[in-house]
Design a protein around this ligand. Sequence first.
Ligand code: 5GP
Ligand code: ZN
Length: 111
Amino acid sequence: MCLFCEIAKGTIPSKIAFQDETVVAFHDIAPQAPVHVLIIPRKHIESAQALTMEDNDLLCHMFEVARKLAAELGVADSGYRLITNIGKDAGQSVAHLHLHLIGGKTLNWNN
Ligand code: 5GP
Ligand code: ZN
């Protein structure tokens, strides 16, 4: 089974920042900045390229969770980046949709 499905189920441990019925957020194992959280749907979706209209509410909710976590983690005012990599050329290494919430320092375009 996919790594992030396992993390969502709790069978692979992670440092959970938030979870509810449809979304899980956890701290990245190799943080690129002081704040680096991954926000995923519990539903297995390969990437943003595989989203459908059925996922509209889910996607809105992922952004809502991102906003709330940004506030909670103290970066809502200083600023942060939401990134989703899609496919090989973007460097997507886990084929389960995830938003990177990155902040807590000045970010360059290439991080
Ligand atoms: P991608 O490269 O697919 O956009 O992002 C995958 C992210 O997942 C990477 O930033 C990587 O550090 C993170 N990651 C990979 N395996 C694990 C893991 O087992 N636990 C956690 N918490 N993060 C992971
Ligand atoms: Zn998955």
